[in-house]
Design a protein around this ligand. Sequence first.
Ligand SMILES: [Zn+2]
Length: 332
Amino acid sequence: MRAVRFDGSSVRLDPAAPAPSPAAGEALVRTRRAGIGASDVAVAGGRTGFRGVMGQEFVGVVESVNGSPEAAERLTGKRVVGSAVIVCGRCDMCRAGLSGHCRARTVLGLHGRDGCFADSFTLPVANLVEVPADVDEEQAVFASPLAAALHTRQMFRVEGKPYITVLGDGRMGLLVAQVMAPLNARVRLLGRHAEKLGLCDKWGIRHRLVDEAGRRQDQDVVIDCTGRPEGLATALAMVRPRGKVVLMSAPAPAANPGAPVAAPAPIDRSPVVAGEIELVGSRCGNLAEALEALRRGSVDVLSLITRRTRLADGPAAVASAARGQLKVLMEP
Ligand SMILES: [Zn+2]
């Protein structure tokens, strides 16, 4: 089968990759659509230490299930999305109901496990969620990033009409801004690209170029979706005393324990202390909740797709995502 692989120096199409074989409790999934995300760009940039088949975001069809007749009956032939984080079920985090923080986790296409940029791949059946019939594949492929965007709502309580700033006009910022906009809040998106910010006009969301926005420490919540080292400093200049900063994406992927990453930029911690700021990290989320939001049509994901291509063009597709394409989708 074909697979898009990072070999430590470049992204290549492997035309003769070995066909994966599901372990007990796993499904063999045939990829129908795959989306290129921030983690894939980080892998391709050599910033994660991962080598292998890339890819985390997918819609696929379950071909077979190894060892679970109930799951085979329920899932075979069905369209599914899936969580990229594979957990052990035995460590202290898993036993405490915090399996997303499993100490022995592997991550599809990022840490210890081949990903979905291939004709087929494997994943535990516990990770899979069936896609409702009225959600099409180009929407469903956004389930994972949308789940992460929805998860940020649980990171703070909305009381009254708080001022919320979303930093970053990339894939995640544009999703988070849409998720926040319907809350009883004053929401704005700040970014660096007029054409990406322009999408907010369609959604009725306030927006500005980040360099034109004041640093007045008057925002109740700032959600940093920039994925850039300077994002935190900008957030700290905008959040009010006793306010909250939510970090959506670390400059290097946080889901890759033990991997060598570039040294982080030094952070001036004094605004955190002086303003008694609360810093919170946020990642992953609930796929079923994301699929329901897509089914209701409460979030526009189709406007984020800027390029559609084929798996065979995977290396070029990943390169275009790294150059700033909003969302690149691949089909077989
Ligand atoms: Zn665990």
